[in-house]
Design a protein around this ligand. Structure first.
Ligand SMILES: [Zn+2]
Length: 321
């Protein structure tokens, strides 16, 4: 109800009614409406700062749930990574070792994805660090599992060719040495008989008369026959599977380059050619282009006792180079 206002008139000694103009009323109303609106907006801002709507509340709950879920996924992937790492260990140290495959280098196993930033689209969100971490994890796992499955493929191939590999491996002594008396000198540091200095003897010497048969120690292909400086007349046989054998100081050849040979086949004859101080065969075994100790490759013709004996003889025996 509108209030009626009066003003005291000292002349007439009475109260006169104050008349309002329409403009004045409008002005007052405008002021009132503006003030109310401003107050309302301020209230809403304050409310929204301290209180959430049910919709916002649900979204926040969802976000919490997603965050917790991502964290759990991370933990599970950590576990999976451990399982995969365990598979890799067993692969390198057992399966690949048994089948004579080189371990897979860590640089290949752990290789990541290079180049552009794969995770750019995940940047700029509340949970970006978590999402990027999880995605990186998945990428890493995918890659490692892929490398691992490739390794198993290789193993399967190897198992299929195992018979061939066993036939190819150097596995006997290169000359008839049943009494082991021909064992001259083994693999290791020795005083060189000609140069008289300490050198690494990278093969095994067998002393035997000129003309004694030399047997190839595993199936393979003759890749070289000919004269080669220090080793004199020399034969190199490639057995595949990373194996090569070398026969030096020969007096003659029984095979030619390109010949396929079977373990135990005569390939040449003991001699005294090249840097040699007496008739003998110098024999080397190479595995993956590394010269290895041939003594570990006589398992087809040596018993454990004979093996111990030949190790002892080879460490003391005369060197002919
Ligand atoms: Zn030698």
């Amino acid at each position: 109800m509108a209030q009626v206002k009066y003003k005291y008139n000292p002349e007439s000694l009475s109260y006169d009614k104050i008349e309002r103009s329409a403009k004045g009323v409008a002005k007052r109303m405008l002021f009132f409406v503006t003030a109310s609106l401003t107050l309302g907006v301020v209230y809403i801002i304050i409310l929204s700062l301290f209180f959430v709507t049910p919709k916002e509340k649900k979204l926040l709950n969802d976000l919490d749930h997603i965050t917790v879920n991502y964290k759990m996924l991370d933990q599970r992937m950590d576990q999976m990574l451990k399982v995969v790492n365990d598979m890799q260990q067993r692969d390198d140290n057992i399966y690949r070792t048994v089948f004579e495959l080189e371990p897979i280098p860590q640089s290949i196993r752990q290789a990541g994805f290079g180049g552009i930033n794969r995770y750019e689209s995940l940047e700029g969100f509340v949970n970006s660090p978590l999402m990027i971490r999880t995605n990186k994890f998945i990428d890493k796992l995918t890659k490692q599992v892929y490398v691992q499955s490739k390794s198993y493929d290789e193993l399967i191939d190897r198992v299929k060719n195992q018979e061939q590999m066993l036939a190819a491996r150097p596995a006997i002594q290169p000359i008839d040495n049943r009494d082991l008396k021909k064992t001259a000198s083994g693999y290791g540091m020795r005083i060189h008989p000609i140069h008289k200095d300490l050198r690494f003897h990278n093969g095994m010497d067998f002393a035997a008369p000129v003309g004694t048969d030399i047997y190839v120690t595993g199936d393979g292909v003759v890749t070289q026959t000919g004269y080669s400086g220090g080793l004199g007349n020399r034969i190199i046989v490639n057995h595949g599977f990373g194996y090569k054998t070398v026969y030096g100081h020969l007096s003659g050849f029984a095979v030619r380059e390109g010949d396929a040979v079977k373990r135990g086949q005569v390939i040449g004859y003991v001699g005294n050619t090249g840097d040699s101080t007496g008739p003998h065969l110098h024999y080397e075994v190479h595995k993956n282009d590394q010269i290895v100790n041939p003594i570990n490759y006589y398992y087809e013709d040596l018993s454990p006792e004979e093996f111990a004996l030949i190790v002892d003889m080879a460490s003391k025996g005369a060197i002919y180079d």
